[in-house]
Structures are given as C-alpha cells and as structure tokens.
Design a protein around this ligand. Sequence first.
Ligand code: GUN
Ligand code: FE
Length: 498
Amino acid sequence: WVSAADGRIKGWDWDAHDENGFAELMNRNEWFDIDAGDAQGQANGYASRTGVKVVTANEELNEFFFPGFIDTHIHAPQYPNAGLFGSSTLLDWLDTYTFPVESGFGTLPDRKTGHQTTTDPQDTPLHAQQIYSQVIARTLSHGTTCASYFATIHIPATNALASLCHTRGQRAFIGRVCMDNPSFCPDYYRDHSASDSTTATRHTIEYIHALDPEGKLVKPIVTPRFAPSCSKPALQSLADLAAAYTPPLHIQTHISENPNEVELVKEVFPEADSYTGVYDMYGLLTPRTILAHAVHLSAQERALIRARDAKISHCPASNSALGSGVCPVRTLLDEGITVGLGTDVSGGYSPSILEAVRQACLASRLLGHTAAWKRENVNGEEKGGVGREMLSVAESLYLATRGGAAVVDMARDVGGFEVGMLWDVQLIQLGGVKGEGSPLDGGAGDGRVSLVRAGPIGNVDLFGTESWEEKIEKWVWSGDDRNVKAVWVGGRLVHTRG
Ligand code: GUN
Ligand code: FE
C-alpha cells in the first residue's frame, strides 16, 4: 500500500492476491480509497485506507519487488560514448573521448560579448536535450530510481537535465561540472576562472532550488570534476559555496582512480600529503561528499575519509574498462566507510546498476590475485586471508540499494522496504517455467503452451527448482532491463516495459 499524500509505504499485505476478487484493484496505477465499509475491504478484513494505491507482484510469474537502484556516479552527457573507449586509460581517455563529447552541450555564445549569457534550459542544443532524455529513460528502464549526475560546464544544459529529471520523475542530484585549470583542461572546454566556476555553479543551484524548492526529487550537487582540473581558488570557493547553504549542499568528485592521475596530483599539489589530503585541505571532504573510484588509497587516506564521514562510489565496470585497477571494497567496508555503486557512464560501458552489481562481485573475486591485496594480507594478517575480499551477490545488491542510499544521504527514505520509506521500487519479472505439465502451460501435458506468459523473460532461465535466493542469483548473473517490468519513484509510476 502506497500513500497518495507522500508516496511512502503505508503497509504490506502478503496475501493480497487471494481468491476473493480483490485482484481487480491490483496493478491499477490510480489512487483510490478503500474504507472499512467497502465490501472488498471488509471481505479481506482490511482496515480503512484512504488515498492509497495497491501494487502487487505475481508470484507465479516469479515477480518480486526490489528497491530501486541508486547510481551514485554517472556522467549523463557521456552516454553517447558508452562502449567507446578503445584501449585508452583515464588521462588520454578524457582528452580523446570525454572532453569532445561534453563540449557539445554548450550554447552559441552571445554574438557581441562572446559570453554564454543565458541560463535558460531552453537554450540547450536539441541534441543535448535528446541525449539527456535518453539517459533518463534508459537508466529508469534499468531500475535506477535515483542518480547522482555529472552534467557539463554549461548552465543551460545542466538546468535542462534537472528539469527533465523533474518532469520524468527520476530522483536526482545534478552537478554542473567545474574545471578551470588551464594547464589541465583544453581551451575549448573549460571555465575561464575560479569565479566563473563558482558563479555558474550558483546559477544552477538557484535554478534547481526554484524548480524543486523542497528538494523532493531533484537537488543540486557541487561538482569539482577532480583535483587536477581545478585551480586552488576554485576548490576553495566551491567548498565555501556548498557550506553556505542550510543544510550544506552535497559535493561530488573523483579520487584516486588511476596511478598516473595519482602521480599528477602529487606534482600539482606538493603541499598536500595525499590526494585525499588535497580535498581535505580545501574543505571538500564532508559527510555529504561522494568520492568516485577510490581505487588506490593509502591506509591514512582511508582513515581520513572515515574520520570526515565522506562517502565512496565504487565503479567496478569503469575501473575494469579503463584499466584503472581493482578497488578493495572489503577493506573500505571493514574500516567503516560508506560505499555505494556507480555506473560511471561512460568510463563504464553500461547504464545498468545490475551490471555494476555483477562487476562488483567479479572484481572482488580477482582482487585476491593482485599484488596490492597480497601485501595487505601480509601486513594485516588478522583481517583474514585470501577469500575475505569476495563480495556475495547479497552484499553487492546491498551496495546498489541501501549502500547507495547512505552515500546520497537518504538512508531513512530509500533503499529498503520499511513502512514510511518512499516507494522507489522496481518490479522484477523473471517469467514462468516452461515445461510439460507445468500449471502455467495449462497443465494439459500435451506440450502446448496455452498461456503466452508461461515462458522465461530475457536471459533468466528457471527450472522450477530454484529457491528465492537462487532466483535472485540468477537475476543478478543473467538478468537485464527485460526483467524490469515497472518502476516507481515516490509512488509515481515512471517506467513500464514496452
Ligand atoms: N576523472 C575526471 N573526469 C572523469 C570522468 O569524466 N570520468 C572518470 N571516470 N574519471 C574522471
Ligand atoms: Fe566518473
């Protein structure tokens, strides 16, 4: 039962699909009232419910509700490049693939002044609007109910992304990317000063606050791209900007993704004792900060992140695709750091968090073979030996839901099914079991399938012998968006499978 008033879970009825005709009310995406005097309500012994919606899962078709996925790190404008990275690694990938695609989201400069004077999302190029619409539709179709987006440096397009999320009903954090360091960023795609970076960010914050004053669905997030792309004054003023709001704004950036990047940070910031130290020095390491990747952190850096209660977005598909390394997630978790999953499109090739779940499991299984992990186990034997690095399917799904919810500071509202939480949910359908004599075949035993719905859906083949745990494992290893039948955000139906 979902409440119309606030889109939150009101209660559960585990046998709501019983024989008594109540099924008629099911799966209607309308709000309605069932009072105690209502014949059906009485017949079922339900208490009075007003302004509720009933949503049901059909167990015969192996349907189940799962909390919506939370993508804690995704670059919306990079979606056209998903799957395109060749054999590049981070720093040349940025120059070859990423800055060119992002730079296409700008407006034409004012003919007289040469400046981009507009903040109106209508001034976003049509192709940018189309790409942003497509990213939202695709991520929703994969069950992502909440995403923390990096946009580009452009104000109108960033505002357009916020508007589109708001209209389509996807929960989102929207970050205008800041990058003003001329020795790192190309002239054709950068902010021209620290104050440009900050002022432009403020414009997008104001726009988003006007769009969604209570931040019910869409919120701004301050987004210095990463340390090497930002001048020191920009890092400082962006931290000050985030801190100037009540409550302080969220912050997102990248950290310690690739060994050459870590070296570069040492060169550019000799005054800091580590990459993490750079962000801390400028006040960017807060309990509302999302740090993407965190592959090559030292023990001291992890301790600092823990002390500041900053959060980590683990992006395993991207880390493998760009050859960045293997993130020691087990160590992060053991040390008490909050971790969620990110697709990192298009360092990551897929907009699917289910793919990230699978890749998190796989990467963890390879970690024991890396030199860094072997060293860690020699030095820290008490932690347990090889094998402790492995993430189970359940742990990885936790990172995709409750972990992500904690990363975006919404653990009380999303990521689970407690009464009072928001109905941010995907309805997964694995399909029926086909076979002679199966009740779903009509039971005639004549080899004819009498109900079309009897077959499996997508790649998940079930044989009728699986426990629910095993069905979930099969979903994780072989499922995809074909298994996502419907998606709701805050009680609003935002996607149904075509
Ligand atoms: N570091 C700086 N910018 C980026 C980016 O766009 N993607 C990834 N994966 N890492 C980055
Ligand atoms: Fe990224």
